[in-house]
Design a binder for this molecule. Structure first.
Ligand SMILES: C=C(O[C@@H]1C=C(C(=O)O)C=C[C@H]1O)C(=O)O
Length: 111
């Protein structure tokens, strides 16, 4: 059975749910883009002041907070932690690159 064989009322409900999913996915992308704009600025600030790209203490506090938020939202806390770790790992890669560019004089100030 494929989605083209299903009953009309089921199809309508599926389409409605998928529209909401698409809106949520769009919101997630926009929120992530805003988050990365902030973390890029943090990366430049750190590079300018010779601070390390990663801050494990800050990450521990974020994980504890996010796990609590996930629990109260009925989201699996382990999933929330994995998602944060995935995002933070990417941020740290950006910060390492910004620090390298800053050290080599190849970075664009403030970019
Ligand atoms: C953004 C920062 O840099 C890194 C990335 C973090 C994040 O994406 O939330 C948190 C801690 C740091 O390891 C920061 O130090 O605040």
């Amino acid at each position: 059975m494929t989605t083209s064989d299903i009953d009309e009322s089921v199809r309508a409900e599926l389409n409605q749910l998928r529209q909401s999913i698409d809106n949520i996915d769009a919101a997630v992308v926009h929120m992530l883009a805003e988050r990365f704009k902030c973390t890029q600025q943090v990366g430049h600030l750190k590079a300018a002041h010779h601070l390390p790209p990663a801050d494990p203490d800050r990450e521990s506090r974020q994980i504890a907070r996010l796990r609590q938020l996930a629990e109260s939202a009925h989201l699996d806390p382990a999933f929330a932690e994995k998602l944060l770790n995935f995002i933070v790992a990417e941020v740290i890669r950006h910060h390492e690159r910004i620090a390298d560019e800053s050290a080599n004089g190849t970075g664009v100030a403030g970019a």
